[in-house]
Design a protein around this ligand. Structure first.
Ligand SMILES: Nc1ncnc2c1ncn2[C@@H]1O[C@H](COP(=O)(O)OP(=O)(O)OP(=O)(O)O)[C@@H](O)[C@H]1O
Ligand SMILES: [Mg+2]
Length: 460
């Protein structure tokens, strides 16, 4: 449960927090408004009761040494008419009941004429608002204490409170919904820079070691800086490794060619078949090592350029044609024909890293010639499709099944039946790295009649 809360996205956290605040504000707003409204209604009722008390006091006379009260029924009727309220009164003279409703409970405190005392009482199973005042009347220099109370039921107050409450509930709900909408917009707005930053990192893919943009909010600045520092450190380590491999391969190749020349010389001079056999094994191993060193060098170069391709405009047809021509002597040695056809115009140009493109084509063509059955034709065909260029290289191969797609492109993976032929197993992984870097794709499959077909697709 705890883990789930911890994994909440920042947007959801913000939404929850803002919604909680909106909810708390809505509840407070509802309660405060209700309180203010009920206070206002009570104050209105109180002033009406005060006015009634006043009119009762106005009607107190002293007639023939007696106190006489002319009750203002019209005022009571008016008071009762509002919200169909019930009105009760009680007048006591010197704490002895004089007139009104005797069962109306006496309140403890009484105010004066200006400021009567108000309180709530329960009478006849109902809550009544009561206004109580105390006045002194002098009759023949004798003072009489008159306690006057007027009670009004609270129907009017209740009906106003119910009406306002239901309206207030709708207004509060509306406010809450608008606040939620704003909370959603705010959360989205707040999260936007983080989303942009995340997209920048996510969309680049694992091979892209470009630095991330520093145009981020200050809170993300340390993260962007650390990421960039990490990328540049990683890049320099990668470059050091590539340079090291390239230099090592180069250093190996020079002494190897000396070993090969010396071994060939020794082979020519050698008389015994045993020695000749041994020397041939040495020469083959040297060739194998030499091929591995060359391919390692190529691999390092492709990795380096894949990181920062140098694009240029060139004719794709001319480029493939030149490579085919370079391979012609090797094809002749194996009694192979290379048939190159293209429906492209010489002027048709592409804008990409030429070295990466040519390295891929060279490795594919090298495979086709190397593994083709002798005295057959290797067909190279360049065509233009609606949104891409398609280069197919076909050769006849009858030494058993082809490796499956995933194995084919793995580093140092070679076919069982082709181990006798010199190779490192790096060729196709170089092709894949290079083609990925220029945005293309490659597929190799075995067609009917033992024809291996490598298809290289390059978007226009
Ligand atoms: N055109 C092809 N015809 C037949 N088999 C192929 C062809 N291309 C690749 N293969 C098979 O795929 C394997 C891997 O090829 P890849 O080019 O990666 O390595 P390699 O040719 O053995 O070595 P390298 O290219 O480094 O000299 C080969 O050993 C071979 O068995
Ligand atoms: Mg190869």
């Amino acid at each position: 449960m705890n883990k789930k809360i911890l994994n909440l996205s920042i947007r959801n956290r913000l939404l929850i927090q803002l919604s909680s605040v909106a909810f708390a504000i809505s509840v407070c707003l509802y309660l405060i408004t209700r309180l203010v409204v009920s206070q206002a209604v009570t104050a209105t009722q109180d002033s009406l009761l005060t006015a009634s008390l006043q009119s009762v006091i106005d009607k107190i006379y002293v007639v023939e040494n007696n106190i006489s009260i002319d009750l203002p029924y019209d005022t009571f009727t008016l008071l009762g008419a509002i919200g169909e309220d019930r009105i009760f009164y009680r007048i006591d003279k010197n704490d002895i009941f004089l007139t009104g409703y005797q069962d109306l409970p006496m309140t403890v405190k009484f105010g004066d004429i200006q400021e009567p005392q108000f309180s709530n009482i329960i009478y006849k199973d109902e809550t009544f608002r009561i206004a109580a005042t105390e006045i002194v009347v002098f009759v023949m220099e004798k003072s009489y204490e008159l306690k006057i109370m007027i009670a009004q039921s609270q129907n009017f107050q209740k009906s106003v409170a119910t009406k306002i409450s239901s309206n207030l509930l709708i207004i509060t709900l509306l406010f809450f919904m608008i606040a939620i909408l704003f909370a959603f917009l705010t959360a989205n707005l707040a999260i936007k820079p983080i989303d942009i930053f995340a997209d920048d990192v996510k969309l680049r893919g694992p091979k892209n070691l470009r630095k991330v943009s520093l145009d981020v909010p200050s809170e993300l600045q340390p993260l962007a800086n650390s990421l960039n520092e990490f990328i540049s450190r990683f890049r320099s380590t990668l470059r050091q490794t590539e340079t090291f491999i390239a230099e090592a391969a180069h250093h190996i190749r020079t002494p190897l060619s000396v070993v090969k020349t010396e071994s060939e010389l020794a082979l020519r001079k050698s008389k015994t078949p045993e020695n000749r056999k041994r020397l041939r094994t040495i020469i083959k191993s040297v060739d194998q090592t030499n091929r591995s060193a060359t391919q390692l060098l190529d691999h390092a170069m492709v990795l380096y350029r894949a990181e920062r391709p140098e694009t240029m405009r060139f004719s794709i047809q001319q480029s493939v044609n030149e490579i085919v021509n370079q391979f012609k002597p090797a094809a002749d040695l194996k009694d192979l024909d290379i048939d190159f056809s293209s429906d492209l115009d010489m002027k048709e140009t592409v804008n990409l890293d030429r070295t990466l493109f040519e390295t891929s084509v060279r490795n594919l063509l090298d495979n086709a010639l190397k593994y083709a059955v002798s005295e057959t034709t290797v067909k190279v065909k360049l065509t233009k499709k609606s949104v891409s260029y398609e280069l197919t290289i076909q050769n006849k191969f009858s030494s058993g099944p082809l490796l499956d797609q995933r194995q084919l492109f793995k580093k140092f993976k070679r076919g069982e039946k082709t181990r006798e032929i010199i190779g490192s197993g790096l060729g196709l992984s170089i092709v894949q790295e290079a083609i990925n870097a220029i945005g293309g794709s490659v597929k190799i499959k075995k067609n009917k009649g033992d024809i291996i077909c490598a298809t290289f697709i390059l978007p226009c």
